[in-house]
Design a protein around this ligand. Sequence first.
Ligand code: ADP
Ligand code: ADP
Length: 223
Amino acid sequence: HPIVQLQNVKRIYTLGENKIYALNGVSFAIKKGDFVTIMGSSGSGKSTLLNMIGCLDLPSSGKVKVNNVDLSKLDDDGLTAIRRNNIGFIFQQFNLIPTLTALENVEIPMIFNGESPARRRKKALAMLKNADLPLEYANHKPNEMSGGQQQRVAIARALANNPPILLADEPTGNLDTKTGHNIMELLKELNAAGTTVIVVTHDPKLEEYAHTTIRIQDGEIIE
Ligand code: ADP
Ligand code: ADP
């Protein structure tokens, strides 16, 4: 089965008298192990789509399945469980906790998962190494690191509990071209190691890294 599947998904926002079809009958399937970019300009429905795939929001109609689970059958706790078990998120703004070190940031999801302090530390170091963060930065706080280094920490944190899917929202939006390229190369490596990678972006440069491109415009898939 596909790892992500959308069937005729609509997401309608109501603004006073107006109905906005942010997603207007979207269908596609993403295979396990794929590297997908979802491309579209501002207002095309990317964030709404990201919220669907990320189990953060449910469709007005139609079906979303993640790892073959139909999300419409779930309550909030069920959605949270599916999200925790299946999806690691990274963002344009890195979203690291500024008062914690790189290592401690990566340990956060493992605390929620009930891992012991010793195991957390060991695993977090391995995840940082896997994300090619030089070891000497493990005890640095986010403001003592470059943007590229912060995104590496965010990637290590996203993968801390080994989710099958990495969902990236404009992951290079705050990075210079070269650093952005390095981060995309890291995502390619992680994909080659088995993680399904889904990158949502307006940046046409990111298309070359993906195996599959899904193009969205005005809430509809055009390619
Ligand atoms: P993108 O991420 O590609 O910029 P969005 O998914 O944010 O697109 O938005 C798609 C459409 O839905 C836009 O017309 C936007 O104005 C509208 N929209 C998004 N969120 C809301 C909301 N909470 N309430 C009303 N309209 C919204
Ligand atoms: P990267 O390619 O990993 O983003 P850069 O070439 O941007 O690295 O940065 C080189 C070095 O300069 C980094 O190792 C980092 O320690 C330091 N550095 C860069 N930007 C910042 C910043 N905003 N704050 C603190 N240190 C920084």
